[in-house]
Write a protein of this length. Structure first.
Length: 102
């Protein structure tokens, strides 16, 4: 079975098309929403909500090592405002916590 079978290509194209339509549809819909102060506050809070929705299930599944890693990354990000350093700190803390048996 080849990785470039017609059904695989078709599935990739359908998924790419669906993604494009969803993104374009979002821009189209938001272009028609008046930016009131309430809507603006909601949009400003959205990135944090998305991060929480992604991170919290991972922390719940993996446990204390992941929680320590997330806290370390958040602290480094708050202090240094550098995504690379925050990720590196999170990974380092996760490795240290796992090697310590946490």
């Amino acid at each position: 079975m080849s990785a470039l079978e017609p059904l695989v290509i078709a599935a990739l194209l359908v998924m790419a098309g669906a993604t494009l339509l969803m993104r374009a549809g979002g821009f189209w819909v938001m272009g028609r929403v008046p930016l009131t102060p309430r809507v603006r506050r909601m949009l400003e809070a959205l990135p944090g909500s998305i991060v929480a929705a992604i991170v919290l299930p991972v922390v719940a599944k993996i446990g204390p090592a992941a929680a320590l890693a997330v806290v370390a990354a958040a602290v480094v990000m708050a202090l240094r405002r550098n995504e690379f350093l925050a990720v590196a700190a999170g990974v380092a803390v996760a490795i240290l916590a796992r090697s310590a048996g946490v």
